[in-house]
Ligand binder design. Structure first.
Ligand code: UDP
Length: 476
């Protein structure tokens, strides 16, 4: 596994933040000496969890701790069920399927196989951080082996409805074996969990990763041209970035433009980057553009996401992508030419990240019109790049954007309000730039990796100080 020098994190921190980071590293070394911190998730690529783990684990290793990452196995039935759980935890219906005894059997059979594989690896006294519903079933088997288990749920809903309760009921028998439950915001914590075991840790971004590292304007242009997103032809000597390990990388794979021509260098662009997921509301973004932005500005819309075949734990991606392609196809020719549905190749995750980086930097306005959102790393990424962001007032997005100051928040169902906010930023570049500068400062203060690592070390210290406890028996 890659290690990264934690010291470089201080390059973008304030002096007090740097002092705190040094303290975190010293504490981590003593608290975690002789133990492995296992992170268990369901995919090594695509989506926010994989994005964060890559960086946090590498810096933890660079700081001298034995942090590791295991990706569980699953079959399509399992991932259909866990996607259903994911949607319901967001309060959404998803595919409408049941979460009954049959689903439990599938879930438990896959979990049992993964538990067997992990039981051979872990040692009593290790710590396991299990991420999201896919890994929840491992809490019991690992706790039985003397591992201190932390279950981290990256998704949630501000006001729980029956759908969320249904997911909680399904998962509670598994997660209750964990010593702590981590949520991205306090409102996501489930009613049935003991409040003393709930910890709030918002996500963070890595300022030095290929996704977020500084790129100058000419590199941004070169990357976009080599990916075929911007017109003008590829000169691959310019489309360069630094990989996590410091070695040079180059963008030379083509993105799939979904039938549209590359954008012109000079046009304003409204950009949303996300997985092809209904909760990211690509259809709403398109609608907002067509109804309220296209006729009032000369901007283009660019919705980008991973090439659909690449994200194995997301069975709905293809449907959502095909739906949005069909909607674009129905648009009148002149508007259609200004709508770009871009599939980014995932063969090399660092190259994909560099493309996202360049797109976010190229954006005149970044949007994240999600209907529900655990945190919304794409918002933090764009803010770090000094972009003005228009995003939905949902989930963790509300913890990142102070409305009117570091970005604009809109009601997730208010298509007109969304379009008006984007148009206003397109029409007032000076205010948009000021908002972008405030956004970058906010991310530096609250959402970089150093803060996140400190919270993890606090948490590990806490669970190690306690005797491993057995959960209360479940009452019917
Ligand atoms: N992302 C990416 N390539 C893509 C689309 C998305 O690397 O083609 C990244 C995006 O930049 C962000 C993460 O996937 O880092 C998505 O995280 P977010 O919290 O926004 O949403 P999630 O996918 O976890 O629901």
């Amino acid at each position: 596994m890659t290690s990264l020098p934690w010291e470089r994190l201080s390059d973008v921190l304030s002096a007090p933040q740097t002092v705190e980071l040094r303290g975190t590293v010293e504490r981590a070394r003593s608290v975690l000496a002789g133990r492995v911190v296992w992170n268990v998730s369901s995919t090594a690529r695509g989506g926010g969890v994989a994005e964060m783990l890559q960086s946090l684990i590498a810096y933890s290793r660079g700081a001298g701790t034995d942090a590791r990452w295991v990706v569980i196995e699953g079959n399509p039935e399992f991932f259909t069920i866990t996607k259903r759980l994911h949607n319901r935890l967001h309060g959404a219906e998803g595919d409408g399927g049941p979460l009954g005894d049959e689903e439990r059997m599938v879930y438990e059979a896959v979990t049992a196989g993964n538990a067997r594989a992990l039981e051979d690896l872990v040692q009593p006294g290790d710590i396991a951080i299990l991420h999201d519903p896919q890994t929840a079933g491992l809490a019991g088997p690992l706790a039985d082996r003397g591992v201190r288990v932390i279950w981290r749920c990256h998704v949630g809903v501000d006001v729980a409805n029956e759908r969320a309760h249904e997911a909680w009921r399904f998962l509670l028998p598994y997660v209750r074996h964990a010593a702590r439950f981590v949520f991205s915001r306090v409102s996501f914590a489930w009613d049935d969990l003991d409040r003393d075991q709930v910890v709030v840790i918002p996500p963070s971004i890595d300022a030095f990763s290929p996704k977020n590292q500084d790129l100058d304007a000419s590199t941004v242009g070169a990357i976009l041209r080599c990916a075929g997103i911007e017109a003008g032809g590829c000169d691959s000597s310019g489309s360069v970035f630094l990989r996590q390990d410091g070695t040079p990388g180059r963008v030379d794979r083509l993105a799939d433009m979904g039938g549209s021509a590359p954008i012109d260098e000079s046009v304003p662009v409204v950009v949303q980057v996300s997985r092809w997921d209904r909760l990211k509301d690509p259809a709403g973004v398109l609608d907002g553009f067509v109804r309220g932005i296209a006729l009032r500005t000369n901007a283009h819309l660019l919705i980008a996401g991973p090439a659909v075949a690449a994200v194995t734990d997301d069975p709905e991606g293809l449907d959502v992508f095909e739906d949005i392609l069909a909607r674009r196809a129905e648009l009148p020719e002149d508007v259609r030419a200004r709508v770009h549905l871009v599939s980014l190749p995932m063969d090399d995750p660092a190259e994909n990240a560099a493309m996202v980086n360049a797109l976010q930097r190229r954006a005149t306005v970044v949007v994240q019109k999600s209907l529900a959102e655990g945190f919304g790393l794409t918002v933090a990424e764009a803010m770090w790049k000094g972009r003005p962001v228009v995003a939905s007032r949902v989930g963790g997005i509300q913890d990142q954007i102070r409305d009117g100051d570091t970005g604009v928040l809109v009601d997730p169902l208010d298509i007109e309000g969304f379009a008006d906010a984007v148009v206003s930023l397109l029409e007032h570049p000076a205010e948009a730039a000021e908002m972008g500068a405030a956004a970058r400062n906010e991310i530096r203060d609250l959402f970089l990796g150093a803060r996140h690592l400190k919270q993890y070390v606090d948490l590990c210290e806490e669970v190690l100080a306690e005797a491993p406890a057995q959960p209360e028996p479940l009452t019917a």
